[in-house]
Design a protein around this ligand. Structure first.
Ligand code: ADP
Length: 381
């Protein structure tokens, strides 16, 4: 409890853009997010008042941090499970729990658990020998997809391989892998659901996520052309997964849409890039919703606020061209309706350094507006 405000204190482990935007939502609720950041330069450490600097792999840093907080949650999936279990054993309230989070931290554990639930998935296996890879290729076809069971993000840790020789080259470098059929996907979509300890759930409209080189570049809400039946099926699947796994907070279910159904690609248990559009595009943003959920407050209304909402990520470009300040100036003049979110991160090529959101009545005009704005803010363009 914060004695200054009489309100509970949420502590977020990790100081990236998700913590930065969660802090914004916390401010509106009268709170101040406590952040365990690895460096004073982290996006959230630059803006939050209650920041501790320490490593998310150091149990003493985590214990010290947890002392001041009523509930601990995460901006990423990288806190080792045994450390989360140690906090839980100390009596710290941690959401999502170590048991739930394990399923989002390890792609093999995720596939095994989802198989138990009968969730639709690509054909897959754990890779012990090359025979496992060859078996999935024989059941489907080459190429197949190899994935590191832990540590991957933004397409790192994912390899399309076209032959046993290529697969063996990946296996030589990566100790723990799964192999999946390469899904003939029409597009990628995401289902976002929040769940509270009380068991209340709230889903957001299903969105389309557009990837380039393994990185999400655009999110369109609602997913264009999705039938009401398919949208409902995806929302129900997300609710079932959240409930069965006992997720508290946000759950993003990344899905592949095939000719006739969805298959689950992966899960994230935190605010997610596919939900950034909700800041302006939904009655309750995913960041506020995550806070409500981990505090066991009633969840907020998730209705969309415009016919179409499009989010585009701003990726770091090559140095050069106009300065960021000039870019923002021009963009504000050209696109007064577009909302800008910069994360305070150092620019590296391909790194997500911010996002923009456009709202509108016309899908193509809204997409064009968001894409133009993101391009404007990218260095070197
Ligand atoms: P990350 O953990 O890096 O986000 P993902 O498992 O989401 O990795 O994979 C990254 C991208 O690779 C996906 O967004 C998708 O475009 C592609 N991909 C992953 N798995 C498959 C698959 N089984 N079939 C086809 N494409 C895939």
């Amino acid at each position: 409890m914060d004695t200054r405000t009489g309100l509970p204190i949420v502590g977020m482990v990790g100081g990236g853009q998700l913590a930065r935007m969660t802090h914004q939502a916390a401010i509106a609720l009268g709170q101040s997010l406590h952040v365990l950041a690895s460096s004073p330069d982290d996006g959230a450490a630059l803006v939050a008042a209650d920041v501790e600097i320490g490593s998310h792999t150091d149990i003493e840093a985590l214990r010290q941090f947890a002392k001041a907080c009523d509930v601990i949650t995460f901006d990423h999936e990288h806190v080792p499970g045994d450390l989360i279990r140690a906090l839980e054993a100390d009596g710290v309230v941690v959401w999502p729990s170590s048991a739930a989070l394990r399923i989002a931290q390890d792609k093999a554990a995720m596939r095994e658990r989802l198989a138990e639930l009968g969730a639709p998935m690509p054909r897959w296996r754990r890779v012990t020998t090359i025979d496992d890879v060859v078996a999935v290729a024989a059941e489907t076809s080459w190429p197949v997809v190899l994935k590191a069971t832990t540590g991957g993000y933004d397409g790192r840790g994912v390899w399309m391989v076209s032959s046993p020789v290529e697969a063996e080259a990946v296996m030589a470098d990566v100790p723990s892998l799964i192999v999946e059929e390469r899904v003939a996907l029409r597009r990628e979509v995401a289902a976002l659901v929040a769940r509270s300890p009380f068991g209340q759930v709230a889903t957001y409209p299903i969105v389309e996520t557009v990837q380039r080189d393994g990185i999400c570049v655009e999110v369109i809400a609602p997913a264009p052309g999705l039938s009401a039946d398919m949208a409902l099926a995806a929302e129900e699947l997300a609710i079932r997964i959240a409930s069965e796994l006992g997720v508290v907070g946000l759950l993003a279910v990344e899905l592949f849409e095939t000719a006739d159904r969805f298959v689950v690609n992966e899960l994230a248990m935190r605010p997610h890039n596919s939900g950034h559009w909700t800041i302006e595009g939904a009655r309750t943003s995913q960041f506020e919703q995550h806070l409500r959920a981990v505090l066991d407050y009633p969840l907020g209304d998730t209705h969309i606020t415009a016919p179409y909402v499009v989010m585009a990520n701003i990726l770091g470009g090559e140095p050069g061209g106009l300065k960021i300040d000039e870019r923002i100036h021009h963009l504000m003049a050209a696109e007064p309706g577009v909302k800008i979110h910069m994360y305070g991160k150092a620019v590296r090529p391909g790194r997500k350094i911010g996002h923009v959101t456009a709202l509108g009545d016309d899908l193509e005009a809204t997409r064009a507006s968001a894409a133009r704005a993101a391009m404007w803010l990218q260095e070197g363009k």
